[in-house]
Ligand binder design. Structure first.
Ligand code: ADP
Ligand code: TRP
Length: 321
C-alpha cells in the first residue's frame, strides 16, 4: 500500500494540522510505503515572499520530524525537488473540466474572503492530483477540507484512464472522523488564515495567552452545562490529555462548579506536556540542519525515481512518446 500526503509551508503548523493530518500520517508510516512532502509549489499561490517560503519550508521539516515522522520509514521531501510533477499537472489540466474546478469549495471560500485569485490558485487541485497520481498513491490521509480535492483527483484519473488507457491508480482519502475538524480559539475550523490557531511549537507565554483567549459563553461556573461536549476547550482537551482526565473534566463542567478559567488552565498544562518530547527533539534538529537537509535530499532522490516511472507511463499513454 502506498500512502501519500502533503502540507503547505504557509505558516506555523497548529493543532488542526497535527491532529487532522500529521498524526494520522505518522501512524500510517508503519502500514505501508509512505511519502510525505512539503508543498512549496502550492504555497506559491498565496505566499509571495521568497525568504519566508524558504524559512517556512525548513520549519515544516523540523516540525514534522520532531513530531515523529521517521525518515527510515517514510520518504520525506520538498515538492519542488521532484519537478516532474509540474509536467504531469499540465497533462492532467487538459483533461480537467473548468466546472470541476469551479465547484471546489476551498477555492470559492478563498474568493469569498476577498483574495484576488491567480490562475495557480484556481488550478491548485490539478497540481494536487499530479502529486497524488505521480506516486501511484492508494491512500491520502488529510483533514476534511481536503476531501473534495482527493475526489477531484479521482475524477481526473478516471478520465485519463478512459481516454488513454489504464495508467493511474485511483486513490482514496483517509479522514479520521474524530479529528476531521479541530476547532480554533473562536470555534471555527482552526486555520492559519483565520488567526485562531494554537501552534504546535509556539512560545509558552504566547500560547498560554491564546489558550486563555478561547471563546466561552457568559454562564456562571456553578451552572450545569449539559452541552459540555461542545465546549471548545473540552474538544481540544480530548486531543491532548489522557482520556480519563478529559472525561472527568467534561463531567465536572457538565455538573457545574468548574469555571472556564480553570478549564483553560487545565487545557494549557496538558497541551504543553503533550508536546514536551517533540519540543526537545525539535531543538536538537534545529541544531543539526545538515542532517535535516540530508533527509530531504535522500527523500527527493527516492521520490523522484518513482515519479519518473509513472510520468513515463503517462507520456507514453497520451502519445507524447
Ligand atoms: P490551514 O487551514 O491552516 O491553512 P492547511 O490547509 O495547510 O491548513 O492544511 C494542512 C493539513 O492539515 C490538511 O490535511 C488539512 O486538512 C489539515 N487541517 C488543517 N486544519 C485542520 C483542522 N482545523 N482540523 C483538522 N484538520 C486540519
Ligand atoms: N492541498 C493540501 C493542503 O493545503 C496540501 C497538498 C498538496 C496535499 N498536495 C497534496 C495533500 C497531495 C495531500 C496530497 O493541505
Amino acid at each position: 500500500m502506498r500512502i501519500l500526503s502533503g502540507i503547505q509551508p504557509s505558516g506555523a503548523l497548529h493543532l488542526g494540522n497535527y491532529f487532522g493530518m500529521m498524526k494520522p500520517a505518522i501512524e500510517l508510516q508503519d502500514k505501508g510505503e509512505a511519502l510525505y512532502f512539503i508543498a512549496n509549489y502550492h504555497s506559491m499561490t498565496s505566499l509571495f515572499d521568497a525568504e519566508q517560503r524558504r524559512r517556512n519550508t525548513l520549519d515544516v521539516a523540523l516540525d514534522f520530524l520532531a513530531c515523529g515522522l521517521d525518515p527510515q520509514k517514510a520518504i520525506f521531501f520538498r515538492q519542488s525537488d521532484v519537478p516532474e510533477v509540474t509536467e504531469l499537472a499540465w497533462i492532467l489540466t487538459t483533461l480537467t473540466p473548468m466546472g470541476l474546478l469551479e465547484r471546489c469549495t476551498s477555492y470559492k471560500d478563498k474568493i469569498a474572503k476577498g483574495i484576488s485569485p491567480n490562475h495557480g490558485l484556481f488550478a491548485y487541485p490539478v497540481l494536487m492530483a499530479a502529486d497524488i497520481l505521480i506516486y501511484d498513491s492508494n491512500v491520502v490521509p488529510v483533514g476534511q477540507d481536503q476531501k473534495q480535492h482527493v475526489e477531484v483527483t479521482r475524477d481526473i484519473a478516471i478520465k485519463f484512464n478512459q481516454q488513454y488507457g489504464e495508467t493511474f491508480v485511483i486513490p482514496e482519502p483517509e479522514i479520521r472522523g474524530e479529528v476531521a475538524r479541530v476547532p480554533g480559539t473562536d470555534g471555527e475550523k482552526m486555520s492559519k488564515s483565520y488567526g485562531n490557531t494554537i501552534e504546535i511549537f509556539g512560545d509558552e507565554k504566547a500560547m498560554r495567552k491564546k489558550v486563555m483567549s478561547i471563546v466561552m459563553d457568559s454562564r456562571t461556573p456553578q451552572e450545569p452545562k449539559p452541552d459540555a461536549d461542545r465546549n471548545i476547550a473540552i474538544q481540544l482537551l480530548k486531543l491532548v490529555a489522557p482520556a480519563d482526565v478529559a472525561n472527568e473534566t467534561e463531567a465536572r463542567l457538565r455538573a457545574g462548579g468548574l469555571g472556564y478559567g480553570d478549564l483553560k488552565k487545565t487545557l494549557f498544562e496538558h497541551y504543553w506536556n503533550h508536546f514536551a518530547d517533540a519540543r526537545r527533539k525539535r531543538a536538537e534538529l534545529a541544531a543539526n540542519l545538515d542532517y535535516v537537509e540530508k533527509v530531504l535530499a535522500d527523500g527527493a532522490a527516492r521520490a523522484r525515481a518513482i515519479a519518473r516511472t509513472v510520468l513515463a507511463r503517462a507520456r507514453k499513454a497520451s502519445g507524447l512518446e
